[in-house]
Design a protein around this ligand. Structure first.
Ligand SMILES: NC(=O)c1ccc[n+]([C@@H]2O[C@H](COP(=O)([O-])OP(=O)(O)OC[C@H]3O[C@@H](n4cnc5c(N)ncnc54)[C@H](O)[C@@H]3O)[C@@H](O)[C@H]2O)c1
Length: 287
């Protein structure tokens, strides 16, 4: 589709002379097209990450899944390859800096560069707050906060070195909103890890803005994913969910679509945005 107007024409409408930086408004199709782009999706083997890989690949990106779940990742690669997408897998635990570096290098070796990073790797955990241990805390903070943040740093260094005006999307959680989660009072480490990821993303957004790198955050609500189904809830958690909301009511593609939009040219000016994608549950809506 051809651009429908030039911004220069727009700026001169009705006798005005508004200076606008770009002289052409890109077509919607070109903003959404990821042909020639390379993405890493951490945690892309399953769950929300799998749905993000799906949308990025559908738009033409080559995608590298970085994950520790080899079995799920192999299934995912087979699924996407059968559909004609170019999706690879690197086994790496994002808690280890050397494995982050290796995953980034392997992606550059395989695909040439990295334009998009989506951090979906995460772990969930619920414990009674007064019983939560340092180990409970460490596993949540190590993956959800430290691992994701240092993955951002490694990819951002690559983007800055190469002058790539890339996109980084971090998946946090609407669990940071007390009204959104029935288990807020029992999510000490989880909420701290996600709040840390959100604030660190804002710092990264501020630091990377001068390089044209856009950093955003999506806060999903409860989703049907393997992680949510497999999550062991500590038996000592006695608090009952306060609502009659059916748990895990939502389709993870609802998150995949929004993450996709933030990874495209639609989000060129959206750096620092933190977006709830939870059907309004952080506002008290029951979906
Ligand atoms: N499912 C939900 O209801 C929900 C709601 C809000 C936020 N989230 C967040 O979305 C993200 C994805 O969750 P999901 O529900 O798809 O869970 P999931 O367990 O199905 O998927 C998470 C993926 O991350 C990978 N992973 C975990 N630790 C890793 C590590 N150290 N290194 C590399 N990969 C690792 C897992 O192997 C898995 O493939 C998480 O950050 C989670 O906190 C999920």
């Amino acid at each position: 589709m051809k651009p429908i107007y030039s911004l220069e024409q727009y700026g001169k409408m009705r006798g005005l002379d508004i200076k606008i930086a770009s002289d052409e408004t890109p077509s919607l199709a070109s903003l959404l097209d990821l042909t020639g782009k390379v993405a890493i999706v951490t945690g892309g083997a399953r769950g929300l990450g799998f749905h993000v890989v799906y949308r990025l690949a559908e738009a033409g990106a080559k995608v590298m899944i970085v994950d520790i779940a080899t079995d799920f990742a192999e299934d995912a690669v087979e699924f996407f390859t059968q559909r004609g997408a170019d999706v690879g897998f690197v086994l790496a635990d994002i808690r280890a800096q050397d494995q982050i570096e290796r995953a980034v290098a392997a992606t550059v070796d395989a695909y040439g560069q990295i334009d998009i990073l989506v951090n979906c790797a995460g772990v969930m955990g619920i414990q009674p707050t007064l019983e939560a241990t340092e180990d409970d805390w460490n596993v949540l903070l190590d993956v959800n906060a430290r691992g994701n943040v240092f993955f951002c740093q490694a990819v951002a260094r690559h983007m800055v070195e190469r002058g790539i005006k890339g996109k980084i999307v971090n998946v946090a959680s609407n669990a940071v909103e007390p009204s959104a989660s029935d288990w807020f009072a029992n999510e000490l480490g989880y909420v701290a890890s996600k709040a840390g990821l959100i604030k660190a993303s804002e710092v990264l957004a501020a630091a990377l803005a001068e390089h044209g790198i856009v950093v955003t955050v999506v806060n999903p609500g409860g989703m049907r994913t393997p992680g949510a189904f497999l999550m062991k809830r500590d038996d000592r958690v006695t608090a009952k969910p306060s609502s009659s909301r059916p748990p895990l009511a939502m389709n993870p593609d609802a998150v995949g679509r929004v993450v996709f939009a933030l990874a495209t040219g639609l989000a060129d000016f959206a750096t620092g945005a933190v977006l709830n994608v939870d059907g309004g549950s952080s506002l008290g809506a029951r979906v």
